[in-house]
Design a protein around this ligand. Structure first.
Ligand SMILES: Cc1cc2nc3c(=O)[nH]c(=O)nc-3n(C[C@H](O)[C@H](O)[C@H](O)COP(=O)(O)OP(=O)(O)OC[C@H]3O[C@@H](n4cnc5c(N)ncnc54)[C@H](O)[C@@H]3O)c2cc1C
Length: 369
């Protein structure tokens, strides 16, 4: 039932606006609020915070269906990640204040780790949160932040103890509404996912109350990130699967129509074999993704397995979409065809959420421990 209502919502409100979101470089608030009205974002939020009391399975459906219609712009994945940080580490006050707003789409969330000088090496972030009485004084900058152009709530990765590495990292909730010293950079000119307002963020003597710390004590940020990253990585795998299904659907109907040398492209052995290989890989990924969803539901998704689904899912996505574009010939290179957009949108899946090289390093560590 949830899947049906998500599909209906996307058909009515996402498909007709995808092009416009790309041109505007952002998804408008009206869309976020409409998604809130039908309950897409509250799937795994407890009922007391105005969610529907389910779990990761609901988020997974919404993400899969979004990929399956070829959208890489709406930043629902990050909204879901932010929601799960709050569910897990938020105080009662933080949850009561933020979760209903995130569920209804009144507030848009972002998670800001990456800085201009460091991405993969999260421990060496420079953004400082210095204690000043009942407040933190925040200075620093972040870059490449999904939903950054419109986020009302930013889970900000900071250093509360500059001299300490991982033990000095703390997560702080930043309410950007009417916040002095906070500034967003101009629209980032991306290769793909052009409808997401990915942004640079600047914090110049920004004051936030000490009660905005996420978790009971300082220095827990790195641990909290490690615990929550498996969901971020799995959701990249889920999106990869949805996108592959869409790419195959588009390509199959194209090669069934298009003729060369008096035959349908579908009748050529190369086409048949390429599609047979892609379909097999898609089914393998589906089984793996479904297994990982089951594991996260049981609180058993470990870092190495989540890294595998992220790395292998995103690589398979890029490989299949590359082949699908090739089967479209020159038309595949034209942005009028969805496959061209998918090609551009997919590339970053191998970079964000921890690059695929870092994923392999994490998998290797689990082998050589
Ligand atoms: C569209 C987009 C959206 C994003 N959204 C967000 C967001 O919402 N929040 C956020 O915090 N960040 C976000 N990011 C940032 C993203 O997570 C980083 O770009 C990514 O983690 C890589 O960091 P980097 O760009 O600094 O590359 P670097 O860390 O400089 O890495 C450059 C290259 O070196 C390789 N490398 C680095 N270290 C190692 C190593 N130890 N072993 C082997 N190879 C290594 C990397 O794999 C990569 O190929 C986003 C990025 C993009 C492009």
């Amino acid at each position: 039932m949830f899947s049906d209502s998500v599909k209906r919502f996307y058909a009515d409100h996402l498909i007709p606006n995808m092009q416009r979101f790309d041109t505007d470089g952002m998804v408008d608030r009206d869309f976020w609020k409409k998604a809130g009205e039908i309950g897409i974002m509250g799937g795994s939020v407890p009922e007391e915070y105005e969610g529907s009391g389910g779990s990761y399975g609901f988020d997974s459906i919404a993400l899969y269906e979004q990929g399956k219609l070829g959208d890489g712009s709406w930043g629902y994945g990050i909204q879901s990640i932010v929601i799960h940080y709050l569910i897990k580490y938020g105080s009662c006050e933080q949850k009561s204040y933020w979760l209903p707003q995130l569920v209804s789409g009144e507030a848009i969330g972002a998670l800001a780790m990456t800085e201009p000088g460091c991405g993969s090496d999260v421990q060496s972030i420079q953004t400082q949160a210095e204690k000043k009485g009942n407040h933190y004084l925040i200075n620093g900058s972040k870059t490449f932040i999904t939903n950054g152009g419109s986020a009302d709530l930013i889970i900000l990765t900071t250093k509360t103890e500059a001299s300490k590495g991982a033990q000095g990292v703390s997560l702080i909730l930043v309410d950007t509404r009417e916040l002095e010293g906070f500034r967003r950079g101009p629209r980032m000119n991306k290769l793909g996912q052009r409808g997401n307002d990915t942004a640079e963020l600047f914090f110049d003597n920004v004051m936030v109350p000490r009660t905005n710390l996420l978790g009971e004590e300082e220095g827990q940020g790195f641990y909290q990130l490690m615990k929550q990253l498996p969901w971020e990585r799995l959701l990249i795998g889920i999106t990869a699967l949805g996108t592959i299904d869409f790419a195959l659907e588009q390509t199959i109907s194209y090669v069934q129509e298009r003729k060369a040398f008096g035959k349908r492209l579908m009748d050529l052995q190369n086409t048949r074999f390429k599609l047979a290989e892609a379909k097999t890989q898609a089914e393998l990924l589906r089984t793996f993704v479904n297994d990982c969803i089951q594991r996260i539901e049981n609180n058993e998704l470990d870092a190495a397995t989540a890294s595998m689904v992220k790395y292998w899912g995103s690589e398979t996505q890029n490989q299949i979409i590359n082949e699908c574009l090739q089967l479209h010939g020159g038309y595949g290179y034209m942005l009028d065809y969805p496959i061209a957009r998918l090609y551009a949108d997919s590339r970053v899946q191998m970079i964000y959420g921890g690059s695929n090289e870092i994923m392999k390093e994490l998998i290797a560590r689990s082998i050589d421990n």
